[in-house]
Design a protein around this ligand. Structure first.
Ligand code: ATP
Ligand code: MG
Length: 426
């Protein structure tokens, strides 16, 4: 039995670590709700075909990283490696014509078979935001500003925003012609992976992580130089609007998403505070995806943030846990059921109440209350329980002569008054 372990690249998140996760998630949910972005939940398990069509066969994710298996009905299933394809499928399937513009978010586990390292796991988590049915530059600006602001709200420092434009499908076709010519001449200088992509998906070569290939690509034609006047105007408008919002950005002509359905804006937010896995947020416009997946022609833009990297970056202040308001010390046959009853009553006041279930001596329970640094304690012995009352006392080390009161379980007024004076108003 003692060699049962979790799978490589997956992690257990323990209560102490989850304090930060929960604080981060709380801020994220608040910001999403304030921007009127609505949640969507899709299955974690989907048919493999969805990701092949929705992410693209030539990508690393689909060709190397997916958790794919046959279920008992011999259907090929895949644990989702990302969220956009599922959201697009769900919208098409559930009839999006009733609501042609939607601002949506999702959050949850994603699975990719990669080499685990700091900030890279096989089961990891993403927050994704998708603006569906929006075409204007303003929607690009809103979504980038939103991503920028939530990272700022979490106290993340050394943020860099990089942007690029990929033009429309026509611009891309023109570029591809000239790029293919260049590839023909320079083929032998590229890494094997990239060579294999020449026929499958040449644009994807631009996305390579191979350092040698990256260097050689510097002399290749640049997609940017093939953008039409209209695409260039759209891109300058994006830059103007970001400037007027005082969101600093860098242009990175090598930032690509090498698939046909990506269009115009691509962006990434990195943090200098992360090591080699520095990208926290990646996003872009995908005007042709929904149509390509069988839906109506629907422009859209989205991003995904990696939560593990967010947690690595989030400020120290997010490590704080809510302090216990009341610790209930209790012992005895009559006292114990009475204590459960009181804990339920106190929790209705939105107080954090910890009921001691140890049955240990009063002095041990006192020590525990001290250890959890409770703001107050309740003491119940059989004597108190028989009288249907309890003792409540402030338990603040800083305050001497801590206020103590005996309160009857039937006297809500007296209880409320004590709570108001000592806990609720603070
Ligand atoms: P990377 O270059 O790090 O592999 P990617 O281009 O594969 O990133 P996306 O598919 O754009 O990443 O996903 C968006 C974000 O999700 C990334 O910026 C990152 O923060 C996070 N992410 C992606 N893969 C992993 C992983 N295996 N473990 C943890 N976080 C990840
Ligand atoms: Mg990756």
């Amino acid at each position: 039995m003692n060699n049962l372990r979790n799978l490589r690249g997956t992690v257990d998140l323990l209560p102490d670590q989850l304090i930060k996760w929960q604080n981060v998630e709380k801020i994220l949910l608040e910001q999403l709700s304030r921007a009127s972005i609505k949640e969507i939940r899709t299955p974690i398990l989907e048919m493999t075909e969805l990701f092949i069509r929705g992410i693209g066969e030539g990508t690393d994710v689909v060709s190397k990283e997916m958790y794919t298996f046959f279920d008992r009905g011999e259907r090929s299933c895949t644990l989702r490696p990302e969220g956009t394809a599922s959201v697009a499928r769900a919208l098409i399937q559930n009839g999006m014509h009733t609501n042609p513009t939607q601002k949506l978010w999702y959050m949850g586990p994603m699975f990719r078979y990669e080499r685990p390292q700091a900030g890279r796991q096989r089961q990891f988590h993403q927050l994704g935001v998708e603006f569906i049915g929006y075409e204007s530059v303003r929607s690009d600006v809103e979504i980038i500003a939103f991503a920028w602001d939530i990272l700022g709200k979490l106290g993340i420092e050394e943020l860099n925003l990089e942007i690029n434009s990929l033009g429309d499908s026509n611009d891309r076709l023109n570029f591809q012609k000239s790029f293919l010519k260049w590839l023909e001449i320079n083929k032998d200088l590229l890494d094997l992976d990239s060579q294999n992509r020449i026929n499958k998906n040449p644009l994807r070569i631009l996305d390579t992580k191979n350092i040698q290939t990256k260097k050689i690509l510097e002399s290749a034609p640049k997609l940017f130089n093939f953008l039409s006047k209209k695409s260039l105007e759209r891109y300058s408008e994006l830059k103007n609007q970001l400037e007027s919002l005082k969101i600093p950005f860098k242009e990175n002509l090598n930032l690509v998403r090498g698939l046909d359905y990506y269009t115009h804006t691509a962006f990434e937010i990195t943090s200098g505070a992360l090591g080699s896995q520095s990208t926290v947020c990646g996003g872009g416009r995908y005007d042709n995806l929904i149509k390509q997946m069988g839906g109506k022609d629907t422009p859209a833009i989205g991003f995904a943030i990696g939560l593990e990297r967010l947690i690595l970056l989030a400020g120290k202040e997010l490590d704080n846990e809510r302090r216990t308001d009341v610790y209930i010390i209790n012992q005895g046959l009559l006292a114990e059921p009475f204590a459960i009853n009181l804990s339920r009553k106190l929790r209705d006041y939105d107080l954090l109440v910890e009921l001691d279930l140890s049955g240990a001596s009063f002095s041990k329970q006192f020590k525990k209350a001290n250890k959890v640094n409770s703001k107050s304690i309740v003491i119940i012995g059989d004597q108190e329980a028989a009288n249907k009352e309890f003792v409540i006392r402030l338990f603040d080390k800083e305050i001497s002569g801590n206020e103590e009161e005996v309160i009857s379980i039937e006297s809500d007024i007296k209880l409320e008054k004590w709570l108001n004076n000592n806990l609720l108003s603070k």
